[in-house]
Ligand binder design. Structure first.
Ligand code: LMR
Length: 271
C-alpha cells in the first residue's frame, strides 16, 4: 500500500511472490531488504546466524536473475550478508553485488552540517569506509564544506575524532532506542539514493563492494565500504588516490578485522 501511495513513476506494477526462484526470475535490480531487523541492545552482527541462511537461499535464487542484475543488500549485517549472497550466486559477477552504506554517508553529512550550521547540500566527499557496524569510519579528513576542508571549518578536533565518528557509528542504535524499531524511512530513502548514485555516472559515493585486495590495504574477499565512482550502466570503479592519515588507516584496519571475523563465523554458508 505504501509503495502505491508513494506514486513513484518508476513503479509500473507490483507482483508478490513467496518463492524466491520465481521472484528473481529475470530481474535487473534486486534490493535485498528482507531480513530480521535489529532490536534494542543488539549489534547488527548479532543477526548473522539468523539472517545468513536467508542470503544463502536468496543468493541461489539470484542465479535466475538477468546476467547484468545489480544487487543491493540492505538487510543486516549487510556486508557479510552480501558476501553470503554473492558466494551462492555463481552465475552473477561478484562486482554486481553491493551493500548499502549510503545511510551512513547521509547521517555523517547531516551531523557535519548541523555542527557547522550549513546546509547538507554543502557537504561533499564524506565517505564511509568499512563495515556497516560500529567500527565504520566516516572520513571527515577528506570531506569538504563548500570546497573548504571540514577541519578548517570545524576547529573542534576532539569533536571530529571522537563525538562525530561515534555519532555516525551509533546512529542506527540510537534510532532503535528512540523508536523501539530499526530505521525505516531513512533507510528506504538511502536505498533510493544508493540506486540513483550508482546509476548517475561520475558520482562518487560510499558503497560496500567486494575487495580484491589491491586497494588501500583492504584484505581480499570481504565486502568493504569504500568511495566508488559510478560508471555507465550502473557499474563503478573504486576511487583511487585518496590520502589516508595514520589515524584513518588504523580505523579502516579495525573494521577490516571485524569483517574477517564475521566471514570466519559464517564460512559454512559460503559456497
Ligand atoms: C541502521 O543503520 O539504521 C540500520 O542498519 C538498522 C540497524 O540495525 O541499525
Amino acid at each position: 500500500m505504501e509503495i502505491e501511495d508513494c506514486a513513484f513513476d518508476s513503479v509500473a506494477g507490483i507482483d508478490c511472490f513467496s518463492d524466491p526462484e520465481k521472484a528473481f526470475d529475470g530481474v535487473n535490480w534486486a534490493l535485498m531488504v528482507g531480513a530480521q531487523p535489529r532490536g534494542p541492545g543488539m549489534e547488527r552482527s548479532d543477526l548473522i546466524r539468523e539472517n545468513g541462511p536467508i542470503f544463502v537461499a536468496q543468493g541461489k535464487a539470484l542465479n535466475r536473475a538477468a546476467q547484468n542484475v545489480r544487487v543491493v543488500v540492505v538487510g543486516n549485517p549487510c556486508n557479510t550478508n552480501c558476501l553470503i549472497a554473492l558466494h551462492n550466486a555463481h552465475e552473477i559477477p561478484a562486482r554486481n553485488f553491493t551493500a548499502m552504506t549510503a545511510l551512513d554517508e547521509n547521517r555523517a553529512k547531516a551531523a557535519i552540517a548541523q555542527k557547522a550550521n550549513v546546509s547538507v547540500g554543502d557537504i561533499h566527499h564524506l565517505m564511509i569506509w568499512g563495515n556497516h557496524s560500529n567500527t565504520m569510519y566516516p572520513d571527515y579528513e577528506n570531506a569538504l564544506i563548500a570546497k573548504v576542508p571540514v577541519s578548517e571549518k570545524i576547529k573542534d578536533q576532539e569533536w571530529l575524532q571522537k563525538d562525530f565518528i561515534k555519532k555516525v557509528q551509533q546512529r542506527g542504535a540510537q534510532v532503535i532506542s528512540a523508536r523501539g524499531k530499526s530505521s525505516a524511512a531513512s533507510a528506504g530513502s538511502a536505498c533510493i539514493d544508493h540506486i540513483k548514485r550508482l546509476s548517475t555516472p561520475g558520482t562518487v559515493f560510499s558503497c560496500a563492494v567486494m575487495s580484491d585486495g589491491s586497494h588501500y590495504d583492504i584484505p581480499k574477499g570481504i565486502i568493504f565500504s569504500v568511495p566508488v565512482r559510478s560508471k555507465p550502466n550502473a557499474d563503478y570503479e573504486i576511487e583511487q588516490g585518496i590520502a589516508l592519515s595514520a589515524f584513518a588507516k588504523e580505523k579502516i584496519q579495525l573494521s577490516a578485522q571485524e569483517l574477517l571475523k564475521e566471514r570466519e563465523f559464517i564460512k559454512d554458508l559460503l559456497n
